[in-house]
Design a protein around this ligand. Sequence first.
Ligand code: SF4
Length: 356
Amino acid sequence: MRMKTREVHIGNKVIGNGNPILIQSMTNTKTRDVESTVSQILELEKAGCDIIRCACPTMEDAEAIKEIKKRIHIPLVADIHFDYRLALKAIECGADKIRINPGNIGSKERIQAVVDKCRERNIPIRVGVNSGSLEKDLVEKYGGVTAEGLVESALDKVKLIEDMGYDNLVISIKSSDVLMAVKAHKLISGLTDHPLHVGITEAGTVFSGNIKSAIGLSMILNEGIGDTIRVSLSGDPRLEVESAKIILRTLGLRKGGVEIVSCPTCGRTQIDLIDLANRAEEMVRDIPVDCKVAVMGCVVNGPGEAREADFGIAGGNNEGLVIRHGEIIRKVPEDELLPALRDELIKFAGEKGVKI
Ligand code: SF4
C-alpha cells in the first residue's frame, strides 16, 4: 500500500497521489555545454529516465536551460546551491522544478525571491537536506548526524517555505548511511504528505553503489514510501536508470518491458552464457511487452529450469533452443538464437495487443 501524498506536476509528468513512481537521473556533463548535455539527456530518455536534473553552478549553466529545454522531452530540474540568482535565472529559462537546500541559499529574502518566482510559474521546489550538511544545532541536539535530525531539518525548511505561502513542494532527505536513510524516510512519511524523492546519496561505484541503493531503496519503497527515485552511482547515468527500473520491477512497482534472467553457469555450461545474456538484455530494450525471458547455458537442463519464465533460450553443441513456458518451440543454429527469440517476442507482443 503506497503512502498517500499530494499530487505534484513537474513539467509534463505527475507524481504523488498514487501516480507511478518516476525515475530520475542527473547529467554529469557541464550544463553550459548544451550539445553534450542534450545528447546525454536524449540517451537517458531512451534508457527510461522520466525526469532529469542538471547542476547549475554558474549563470552560463542556468542560461543554457533555455536551449536544452527546446530539445528534450522530459522535465528538467535545475539543481542550485548557494546563489539564489541562479535559481531565478533557471526558472526564467524554463526549469520545470528547482532543487535547493534553503539552508545554503542564505537570507530569508533570497529564499522568498526564489519562492515568489516559483509561484509565478507554478513550478515545484524540491527541498533537499543532506546528512553531510546537517545544521550544527541539530547535530548537537541529537548528539551527531541522525535520522531524527535530518527529518527535523527537512521539516523546518518545508515550514519556512510554507510560511511564505507556497506548498508546491517535494522533499528529499539524503544520507549515504543506508539504515539512517531508511529510518529518516519512515519518520518523515508519517509527518508530511508532500511527495518524497528517495535516494541513497554517494552510494558509490557501480557495483557497491547498486547494492547499497537496491537495499536502501527497497526497504523504503517496500514501506509504500517514495514518489520519485534516483540510484546515485559513480558511473554512466544510464546505469542509474537501468538499475532504478530493475528495482521498481522487482518490487512490483513498475510493469512493462522484458525482464532477463539468466542461469549462473556451471560445469555443464555449453555456450558463452555471459555474452549471450548481455546481448539478450540489449536486444530486448525496445520491446515494451511485459514478460520474463530466461537465458540458460545448456540444452539439457535449460528448458526445465526456464519453465517459470515466459520464454527461454538455451544453447550448446551448435544448437539453440527457444522455449516457451518450458516447452521447446524452436530449434535453430546457435548463432540464430537471438533473432529467433526476437521473432517470438514480437509475435507475443502482437498476441497481447502491444504495438512495436
Ligand atoms: Fe548449469 Fe545448464 Fe543450469 Fe545453466 S541451465 S546452471 S548451464 S545446468
